[in-house]
Design a protein around this ligand. Structure first.
Ligand SMILES: NC(=O)C1=CN([C@@H]2O[C@H](COP(=O)(O)OP(=O)(O)OC[C@H]3O[C@@H](n4cnc5c(N)ncnc54)[C@H](OP(=O)(O)O)[C@@H]3O)[C@@H](O)[C@H]2O)C=CC1
Ligand SMILES: O=C1CO[C@H](CO)[C@@H](O)[C@@H]1O
Length: 307
């Protein structure tokens, strides 16, 4: 497995397993199937509501003697309802407990917006948007820095953080985020964010790298797009594999976390390290960018700072 080096000097695998909507037995089995297929990085979040079964799957792997904790790179995320600084350490400890782990390799602030505590995980305002609360990202970040400085977590980072907010944080913080996890796929390439993160040494993890495979937006389906299908035919690979390989070649500073709970796709998605796209093919894919997001932050939070 290829790795990128984070600004903490830790090595992050270029490919990991996404787990949003990996629920119940499917979620449990996906972790085991991915481990057997060679995945060593796993992207989790409190908000995915599956920490219990994911944690059981890790325990099974460790108990079987097939891997030690240090062989895996495990990421999870601080949810929006616990951004108040005094809630960050308890939230981290709760996640560790749910996952039956002693530490995380990477803990991310899931969104740069806070939501009020005590009203459930997804409080809504009268208009149906996620209800926000005024907690500055810098205050939450200070509490994240404390986790890192106490040695409780190996690296800290952010997610869904656009250039302006990231720059503000970067200028004022003690510990520069190791990672910004954002939406990146052929139809949403975010070139300015990619080059800015490279410049300031913040690694990018590409979420929804298949454009959710048309899950919620049929028009951004990386597993059926004709240009990707055609390129794939030349390499005897699927369109999904071409979309994933493109990100591996696009920048050394990007890792990808495709999600699947189907064993054959879990294997398909990691089988991208035995072929190479030509410069002309890379160029063809670069032209597919439409800045089309499947996760629309403004629609979720009613905070139009993104596009
Ligand atoms: N930080 C954040 O705010 C966010 C983080 N994420 C993270 O990123 C991960 C990946 O993103 P996600 O939104 O899940 O979307 P992906 O782009 O990874 O697409 C997942 C969808 O594609 C299908 N799929 C997977 N592999 C293939 C394939 N080879 N061919 C065809 N279809 C395929 C899956 O179905 P099936 O399972 O049936 O195979 C699933 O419906 C998430 O799971 C999560 O961990 C995602 C969104 C936001
Ligand atoms: O991580 C996530 C998975 O997808 C959700 C729905 O689009 C996002 O809101 C969330 O940030």
């Amino acid at each position: 497995m290829l790795h990128s080096t984070l600004n903490t000097k830790a090595q992050i695998p270029r490919l990991g397993l996404g787990t949003w909507e990996s629920k119940g037995d499917d979620g449990y089995n996906a972790i085991l199937d991915a481990f057997d297929a060679g995945y060593r990085s796993f992207d989790l979040a409190y908000a995915y509501g599956n920490e219990e079964q994911v944690g059981r799957a890790f325990k099974h792997i460790f108990d079987s003697g097939k891997a030690k904790r240090e062989d895996l790179f495990i990421t999870s995320k601080l949810w929006c309802t616990v951004h108040r600084p005094e809630l960050v350490l308890p939230a981290y400890q709760q996640t560790l407990k749910n996952l039956q782990l002693d530490y995380l390799d990477l803990y991310l602030v899931h969104w740069p917006f806070a939501m009020p505590v005590g009203e459930g995980d997804f409080p809504k305002d009268e208009q149906g948007f996620r209800k926000t609360e005024r907690v500055p990202l810098s205050a939450t970040w200070k509490a994240m820095e404390e986790l890192y400085e106490k040695g409780l977590v190996k690296a800290i980072g952010v997610s869904n953080t656009p250039v302006a907010l990231l720059y503000e944080l970067y200028c004022g913080c003690k510990i520069i985020p190791a990672v910004n996890q954002v939406e990146l796929h052929p139809f949403c390439q975010q070139p300015k964010l990619v080059s800015f993160c490279e410049r300031i040494g913040v690694h990018l993890t590409a979420y929804s790298p298949l454009g959710r495979s048309g899950g919620s937006h049929a028009e951004v389906n990386a597993s059926t797009h004709p240009v990707l299908v055609e390129i794939g035919k030349k390499h005897n690979k699927s369109a999904a594999q071409v979309a994933l390989r493109w990100q591996i070649q696009r920048s050394q500073n990007i890792s990808i976390i495709p999600k699947s709970t189907r064993k054959e796709r879990i294997i398909e998605n990691i089988s991208i390290f035995d072929f190479e796209l030509t410069p002309a093919e890379m160029e063809q894919i670069a032209k597919l960018d439409e800045n089309r997001h499947v996760v629309d932050a403004a629609a979720l939070f009613n905070v139009p700072i993104f596009n």
